[in-house]
Design a protein around this ligand. Structure first.
Ligand SMILES: Nc1ncnc2c1ncn2[C@@H]1O[C@H](COP(=O)(O)OP(=O)(O)OP(=O)(O)O)[C@@H](O)[C@H]1O
Length: 452
């Protein structure tokens, strides 16, 4: 196991080169490593907002990935807030079980406050072809919560504005009726709160907190996959709110019936309301989003440069915003006005493969299943027969080699497996590759097919 300070320095470096400078300075550099016990790296964050950001942007998963890149060890982050260190020590002393807290990672305290982002409003949301239905539904729900579409379910790829719209509903309701009670959580925060409630025997308080609201917003519910107990609890939360005509809004990166091991009764309840997908914005919408953002941040940037940036990033609004931040940072660093040439220079180092060219995990799964004549179901399933296990591990290996997906995400795409399974598969194939010419040939063929 490496020294904590070396490990953290290496991880930080990877964040620094891969994230926008403002993101790095605001959210990552401010984290303080506290301890490395076994494989648990405890980081102290300055505020609940920071922890929400870490959770929501999946920085914790990214950390697992970076730690693995540098150490080949499975390091797990535990995120705590400044005040919690004391509390953690007291609890450990009381229970005498040093792992009692670690179990509840990444949020060891009960009921974290999750505020709405005031920037995520309807006013700052640019409407385009890919999101107009979602926008319209969100507006209706904010005006008549609990009436028309309950629950309202947004699904679609990452960084396309699902969270933004969800917060916009909350912000609008608060603006119209300031005493509205709103709770926003990610599904992971819900899970953590629930686990903490069990550990600290405060289930009743947990229920009060979640059921005594006018609007419940739960983000990224695909992470309920495989979490039986949490799903059970959420089912009751859902029913209580629904029966009381309280509005529920959910988001996910896919449809409920595509979430691995999501109980049928939840899938059917989620279908009671309205499900709307959000698709990537077209060029005009991307330009409009950039113009809005540049104006809001008072960045002086010509139209043709905005069109250029919008032409480079065509899949994801978060990346689009990241590209603009990068151009601005470059402009400040170089002390030169923003032009298309400067933007091209700033974005040069980004890997700008467009989404349509990029190899995705489902594409890899399909190819590998075909190649080895196994069904996609078996490839993602649990059967332990060698004729299936080998292709499965190869598909995981290629997913890690050829996509940017984090280990937990890969695990999720393979029927909700743990990221340690992915690590194991990767190591296994990497080791066999050194000695097995047949495997080398298979991987080479598959790589060729996938990257053609
Ligand atoms: N139509 C839009 N107009 C203005 N800003 C947008 C729009 N769509 C997305 N954004 C911005 O893009 C960023 C990413 O959006 P958001 O976090 O809502 O994505 P998401 O779909 O929830 O992604 P994830 O699945 O990763 O949670 C946010 O800063 C958001 O404000």
């Amino acid at each position: 196991m490496p020294e904590m300070s070396d490990l953290w320095a290496d991880i930080q470096k990877l964040f620094e080169v891969n994230y926008a400078p403002t993101t790095y300075t605001t959210w990552i550099k401010t984290a303080k490593p506290i301890s490395l016990v076994g494989n648990k790296l405890t980081l102290e964050l300055p505020s609940p907002l920071h922890r929400d950001y870490w959770n929501h942007q999946h920085l914790d998963q990214q950390l697992v990935e970076y730690a693995y890149q540098t150490t080949h060890e499975d390091i797990q982050p535990v995120l705590i807030l400044e005040g919690e260190r004391q509390q953690q020590a007291t609890l450990k002393a009381k229970t005498g079980t040093p792992d009692a807290i670690a179990l509840s990672e990444p949020t060891p305290t009960f009921m974290k406050e999750t505020a709405l982002n005031p920037r995520y409003t309807f006013d700052t949301f640019v409407i385009g072809k890919g999101n107009q239905m979602a926008h319209a539904a969100a507006l209706v729900v904010s005006e008549e919560p609990g009436e028309m579409y309950n629950p309202l379910f947004f699904y679609g790829g990452v960084g396309l504005g699902k969270t933004h719209l969800m917060h916009a509903i909350g912000n609008k309701m608060l603006e119209d009726h300031p005493d509205t009670k709103i709770k926003y959580v990610t599904s992971e925060a819900f899970t953590n709160d629930f686990i903490n409630a069990i550990q600290t025997r405060t289930q009743e308080q947990f229920r009060q907190e979640y059921r005594n609201v006018d609007l419940l917003l739960v983000d990224d519910i695909q992470f309920f996959a495989n979490k039986e107990g949490t799903q059970e609890e959420f089912f009751h939360t859902f029913n209580a709110l629904y029966d009381d005509n309280k509005q529920i809004v959910l988001t996910s990166d896919r449809l409920p019936n595509e979430i691995p091991k999501l109980q049928d009764r939840l899938v059917s309840r989620f279908a009671w309301g309205l499900s709307v997908d959000i698709t990537p914005p077209d060029l005009e919408t991307r330009i409009a989003i950039l113009r809005n953002k540049a104006d809001a941040d008072q960045i002086d940037i010509p139209d043709d440069t905005l069109s250029y940036i919008a032409g480079q990033i065509d899949s994801n609004v978060r990346e689009l915003e990241g590209a603009l931040a990068r151009v601005q940072a470059y402009h400040q660093l170089m002390h030169q006005p923003i032009t298309t040439d400067l933007a091209a220079e700033a974005l040069k180092s980004l890997n700008l493969a467009s989404a349509s060219d990029a190899v995705t995990i489902p594409v890899i799964q399909n190819r590998v299943a075909d190649y080895f004549h196994v069904s996609l179901k078996d490839l993602k399933g649990k059967k332990r027969k060698k004729v299936i296990v080998m292709p499965r591990q190869i598909a995981m290996y290629l997913s890690r080699e050829l996509t940017e997906a984090s280990l937990p995400r890969i695990g999720n795409e393979f029927g909700g497996k743990d990221h340690t399974t992915v690590i194991h598969a990767y190591d296994k194939i990497a080791a066999s590759l050194k000695i097995d010419p047949e495997l080398q040939k298979d991987i080479e063929n598959l790589r060729d097919e996938l990257q053609r």
